[in-house]
Design a protein around this ligand. Structure first.
Ligand SMILES: [Zn+2]
Ligand SMILES: [Zn+2]
Length: 497
């Protein structure tokens, strides 16, 4: 007998929670079911964008075995036999053994195979079925990759075979580069999180779904590079496709794309805004009319491709001036780095190889929600050459308030503000303040003699709005090694305005 219990159609985000299933299928198998198949029907409602099944059964001590698969209204959607107890299927990606694609409404069937059930034995089973609707935000990791707060290192801008990423094949030919090569390079760099941001597609997500259990020390955040004729922007978080045809009926304005990203709980980051636009690099600079910067969470201040040029992070193609202009206009937007890697390469010394630059985020855990929240809050510095051990920590204090990078701090006229800048593994470099708040400080620069130093700056508030950040500069040319995000003096509490 099959019991069918409907428990409502709630949207079930399957991360970091144990939500109630949308429906539960239960039943029992006996020796009469030995070496037969049972198809258990259930209805998938219209508008479902993800279906997840968690399957358990009793009787394994009696060598009872129930294999698992699923049929949609038209076809077999997958069979994992006895090798997986749970699976997820969405439009763009699915657990290996299962086919991604649209989830047609109607009668689906859980397919149960029974290779063995002894005489006299009974195997009770439970299938918990979850339906999600709308843009997916589930990600690939069902739990934090690491618990606890810390500085986590990542690269959120890379390309693979799913767009224009290429590498050498076994025979030495240049071919579209499989996704696992990029993850291997990220692992070699010692990164904690990545996003694979192929141009305007979500097809890489199916590969990432397969790779996530193997790369279990790496948080995989769904992403893509929205590539338009007026500019490029990364979107992180949603796994589902996002409209990119800016200027067409699908996405008449940037605001329509921003609304879609916001609905999915994602972040949008303007890429390489210092690049030219024209026949040398089509649509690379940012020329989107009427951009609402209060709905832009990040700007790629340091792009790996521009680091080859004289000046490094401050070359003629740097994104820093574009970012600073937005800060001067009163926006609170987080500076991030992106390698923009296109060859899955890892080389500790090569700009634009995976993790060069690295974006380092202070987050409550190594999880998708925590990393995205850390970026949104501006708790971020850019390690230009992607070292494993460099740190840039800023703590600002005034009258009992404490702020870190990205935070706001009240500094009325005459108020003493102390800025402590903790830097590791940059001996011989200097800390230099930047931004219009730097003029409030007792000095502009402090040397770093050793590999674990704290430089202290004393500022006096003037009651007006300012931003001030600390960079670490080193080498013979005094290039930026680490770029900090600002502390905002006398700014409204919430980012974005
Ligand atoms: Zn781009
Ligand atoms: Zn790119």
């Amino acid at each position: 007998m099959v019991l069918l219990a409907m428990a409502g159609m709630a949207i079930a985000p399957l991360v970091y929670a144990d939500p109630a299933p949308s429906l539960t299928l239960t039943g029992a198998m006996t020796h009469a079911d030995h070496q037969t198949y049972r198809e258990v029907p259930f209805r998938v409602p219209a508008g479902t964008t993800r279906l997840t099944v968690e399957f358990t059964y009793a009787g394994k001590d009696q060598k009872s075995v129930i294999d698992l698969g699923i049929r949609d209204p038209q076809r077999l959607r997958g069979w994992s036999g006895g090798n997986k107890q749970s699976f997820t299927i969405s439009e763009a990606e699915a657990t290996p053994s299962y086919l991604p694609g649209p989830l047609p409404a109607g009668t689906w069937k859980l397919v149960l195979g029974v290779p063995n059930l002894r005489a006299g034995a009974e195997a009770r089973y439970t299938a918990r079925v979850y339906f999600e609707h709308g843009p997916s935000f589930a990600g690939f990791n069902a739990a934090p990759v690491k618990a606890g707060p810390g500085w986590y290192r990542g690269d959120l801008h890379m390309h693979t075979a799913h767009s224009d990423g290429s590498c050498l094949s076994q025979r030495g030919a240049r071919v579209p580069c499989p996704v696992f090569k990029t993850l291997e390079a990220a692992h070699a760099r010692g990164l904690d999180f990545i996003a694979v941001t192929d141009h305007n597609t979500a097809s890489q997500n199916d590969a990432l779904r397969e790779l996530a259990p193997y790369f279990d020390d790496l948080l995989l955040i769904p992403g893509r590079e929205i590539t338009t004729f007026q500019g490029h922007a990364n979107v992180w978080g949603p796994a589902s496709p996002i409209d990119f045809q800016l200027g067409s009926a699908r996405a008449p304005t940037l605001a329509t794309i921003q609304a879609e990203v916001e609905k999915a709980g994602g972040l949008i980051s303007i890429n390489h805004p210092g690049q030219p636009s024209g026949e040398s690099c089509m649509g690379c600079g940012w020329s989107v009319k009427d951009t609402d910067f209060s709905r832009i969470q990040a700007i790629e201040a340091v792009n790996g491709g521009s680091l080859w040029l004289p000046g490094g992070a401050e070359s003629g193609l740097s994104g820093i001036p574009f970012w600073e202009a937005r800060l001067n206009a009163g926006f609170r937007i987080t500076a991030v780095g992106g390698s923009d890697n296109h060859d899955a390469g890892f080389d500790p010394a090569r700009p634009a190889s995976v993790g060069y630059p690295t974006t380092v985020v202070h987050a409550k855990a190594l999880s998708q929600p925590a990393i995205l929240a850390g970026i949104r809050a501006g708790h971020v510095f850019i390690d230009v050459s992607g070292q494993r051990d460099r740190l840039l920590e800023v703590t600002a204090t005034a009258s009992g308030q404490t702020a870190e990078m990205g935070d706001a701090l009240a500094a009325p006229k005459g108020e003493a503000v102390t800025l402590r800048v903790h830097v590791t593994h940059a001996a011989g470099a200097v800390v230099r303040l930047a931004g219009d708040g730097a003029k409030l400080a007792d000095r502009a620069e402090a040397p770093l003699a050793g590999d674990d130093e704290t430089a202290t700056f004393r500022l006096t508030g003037d009651g007006r709005r300012h931003w001030v950040r600390a960079d670490v500069r080193g080498g013979s040319e005094g290039r930026i090694w680490m770029l900090g995000n600002p502390v905002y003096l006398n700014a409204p509490a919430a980012p974005g305005g």
